[in-house]
Design a binder for this molecule. Structure first.
Ligand SMILES: Nc1ncnc2c1ncn2[C@@H]1O[C@H](COP(=O)(O)OP(=O)(O)OP(=O)(O)O)[C@@H](O)[C@H]1O
Ligand SMILES: [Mg+2]
Length: 266
């Protein structure tokens, strides 16, 4: 985001921080049980962690360990069975539907493996869409969306529809859309799951850069140690709990892969 792109705060569009002294993210005793028919699945048993300072955080764990469930709960897409979630001081677990809708649209960004772009709209219109839905003036929206797309290297592509964009370009459009309201926190569930390794690397580098330069906290679910090596910290989930909390520091993907295997017992 450049300067022109960061005028959302004055408009009331940007995240307004939380209560003084609250960490950016606080999860305490989080539990999620799915009941589908006679089946009962405890996806999260007891997850607790805190994020004090902006950073790029990876979430790893075997398939079925509850990574997507955790992200969905944090992003207010689903409700916990128990426990507390505070994002930028706001108690997500206690919000009603109207508050949740507003929270998702204005306070956080969400990026999925599927880019979820509207095929009939250009990249620019896709990025502007959450603002249109929120009743924002085009005079605010258009320059901001253009500026975000430029920041993500899509200056020449913004008038293309998704089917005329590569997978990596589509994901960058989705990331630009997620950043429209300057969220302090961005959630990404396997954002490079549909991309080749070169493009994936570009996206990881870009996310790390966004986090560092713009103080955005990014939580990224990933299977790949090479992705997690771009993070500063990696939480490992297993049996519905955080089984390890790694400080990545200068370590590389081989170190992460070995720590992950030890921790997950895979
Ligand atoms: N809507 C649902 N109804 C019932 N069970 C569910 C539902 N969503 C997820 N589960 C179950 O909860 C557990 C955790 O699922 P989740 O999708 O969070 O795992 P994950 O770690 O993201 O796995 P993957 O790496 O394969 O994406 C799994 O056992 C899954 O089958
Ligand atoms: Mg998942």
């Amino acid at each position: 985001m450049n300067r022109a792109a960061s005028h959302g705060a004055a408009d009331g569009g940007a995240a307004d921080g939380g209560a003084a002294g609250e960490p950016l993210l606080r999860v305490a005793g989080l539990r999620k049980v799915y009941n589908s028919g006679a089946e009962r699945v405890e996806a999260l048993a007891d997850v607790s962690f805190t994020v004090e300072a902006p950073g790029f955080i990876g979430i790893m764990g075997p398939s079925g360990s509850g990574k997507s469930t955790l992200l969905h709960l944090l992003a207010g897409l689903d409700r916990p069975t128990g426990g507390e979630i505070f994002v930028a001081g706001q108690g997500v677990h206690a919000m009603n539907e109207v508050e949740l809708t507003r929270f998702r649209r204005l306070r956080i960004g969400i990026v999925f493996q599927q880019f979820n772009l509207l095929g009939t709209m250009t990249a620019l219109d896709n990025v502007m869409l959450p603002g249109v839905l929120d009743g924002r003036a085009e005079s605010w929206l258009r320059p901001r969306a253009q500026s975000l797309l430029e920041t993500l290297g899509l200056r020449e592509r913004m008038h293309h529809r998704p089917d005329a964009l590569s997978g990596g370009e589509q994901q960058r459009v989705a990331i630009a859309r997620a950043l429209l309201f300057e969220p302090k926190v961005l959630f990404a569930d396997e954002p490079t799951g549909n991309l080749d390794s070169t493009t994936s690397k570009r996206i990881w580098t870009m996310l790390a850069d966004l986090s560092r330069r713009h103080q955005i906290t990014i939580l990224m679910v990933t299977h790949e140690p090479a992705a997690a090596a771009h993070c500063g910290r990696v939480l490992i989930l297993g049996d519905g709990r955080v089984t390890d909390d790694l400080d990545v520091g200068q370590h590389d993907s081989a170190w992460l892969a070995s720590r992950y295997q030890q921790s997950a017992g895979t």
